[in-house]
Design a binder for this molecule. Structure first.
Ligand code: F3S
Length: 395
């Protein structure tokens, strides 16, 4: 792998221990995957933020790096943390958990990382352009940026994304290269897709079949941004899909050849079976929306649906701090709160310690959350379209 003189100097420790370790990690990755060189990245998103995921070793690691003066070289956002950084007390997050989470956020901030903790950085002030090289590490954000925006990122882990942020580069391999972005399976969809949950169910079914490959969809008509983020999130969760193309919709689709590809057909029956399969609970203790983090439009939709009603069970609408700020200004947050719900920033149903907060059954409209909640949060799940799950908790 070719390294510049400056990069050789980093590797020999001339820029300090932290830089040497981080750059060595990138070189190792590049060697494993056959990269020819490093390429600059203009945006990074770091996962591994919740205390629930990284525990005490993670806290100590980050504080050590921050105390040694590590600073990011490019705009870097964070994945959701374990709690709403401002409103955690109102949400009854255990104090011991909060203390550790706040230390994590402090260490990231000291490194120059924007402590906006969200899996939709592209809706919150970190929007790459088509063909821009980036290093993101949350799976739904990776799928969205590669597929819907046409930016280029591999599936970074938390450490490799942090290394890219501190060094400003990433090894040039995988999805950074044209030849690795071609579709490997043709998915013909013959189903009514109306709600984001339908796209989540579709993503779940396709991810299971495609597994780590790149699907090319036909039959998806006029999806909106929120539906595409739901599709990518569910596929990333069930099949590690990092890039997909949608005929006539996503920016690289028209460049792709689909002749001779293995075919998969998905029908409405497949989607209905998925809703049934992923729904393991009956009565929800809580409804949590916003996986991936809600857009302003999604929050507005929820606000309109619950306006003037009284919720029988808690409702969280998860989003980024920036979008919550806009929702506050528009009065959407206040409408949802008047009904008994909350707009929750910086966290989500999977990385928050909901299993320690008394919740056993969670209703969601996300294929990804429905897939993850049993394993990560010991939850029974109700997976359904927005209207149907709100109906369960609305008086
Ligand atoms: Fe985002 Fe959490 Fe879902 S990180 S994609 S809201 S599981």
């Amino acid at each position: 792998m070719y390294l510049t003189n400056d990069e050789e100097r980093i590797l020999s420790g001339q820029n300090g221990e932290v830089m040497e370790r981080m750059f060595r990690l990138l070189v190792r990755l590049g060697e494993i995957y056959g990269a020819d060189r490093m390429i600059p990245v203009s945006s990074v998103q770091v996962a591994g933020v919740s205390y629930k995921s990284i525990g005490d070793p993670g806290v100590e690691f980050l504080e050590d790096y921050a105390s040694k003066g590590a600073k990011v070289k490019t705009v870097t956002f964070l994945n959701p943390s374990g709690m709403d950084i401002e409103d955690w007390q109102k949400l009854n997050v255990p104090a011991a958990f909060a203390e550790k989470q706040l230390r994590i956020m402090k260490a990231f901030r000291e490194m120059g990382i924007v402590v906006s903790a969200t899996c939709t950085p592209y809706l919150a002030g970190n929007l790459p352009r088509f063909r821009e090289h980036i290093a993101w590490s949350e799976s739904s954000a990776i799928a969205f940026s590669n597929s819907v925006i046409g930016a280029r990122t591999n599936r970074e882990g938390g450490p490799s994304a942090l290394a890219a942020a501190l060094c400003g580069v990433t090894p040039n391999y995988g999805l950074h290269l044209d030849e690795n972005r071609k579709p490997q399976m043709l998915v013909e969809v013959d189903a009514k897709l109306e709600d984001s949950a339908d796209f989540g169910a579709l993503g779940y079914v396709v991810g299971k079949q495609v597994k780590n490959r790149i699907p090319y969809f036909t039959g998806i008509k006029d999806p909106d941004t929120d539906q595409l983020k739901a599709l990518g999130a569910a596929m990333a969760a069930s099949g590690a899909v990092a890039l997909y193309h949608v005929d006539g919709m996503t920016p690289e689709a028209h460049l792709m050849q689909t002749e001779g590809l293995e075919k998969l057909s998905v029908s409405g029956k497949d989607l209905n079976e998925t809703f049934t399969k992923l729904s393991t609970g009956k009565e929800p203790d809580i409804v949590i929306l916003g996986c991936p983090h809600s857009s302003l439009k999604e929050i507005m939709t929820v606000a309109r649906k619950v306006e003037g009603k009284k919720l029988k069970k808690p409702l969280w609408v998860c989003t980024s701090r920036m979008v919550k700020e806009a929702a506050n200004r528009m009065g959407f947050t206040q409408t949802i709160e008047a009904a008994g719900g909350k707009v929750v920033a910086d966290t989500c149903m999977v990385v928050a310690p909901i299993e320690d907060m008394g919740y056993k059954t969670t209703a969601v409209n996300s294929g990804k959350a429905a897939n993850y909640l049993p394993g990560f949060c010991k939850q029974n799940v109700i997976f359904g379209r927005l209207d149907s799950i709100l109906e369960k908790v609305t008086a």
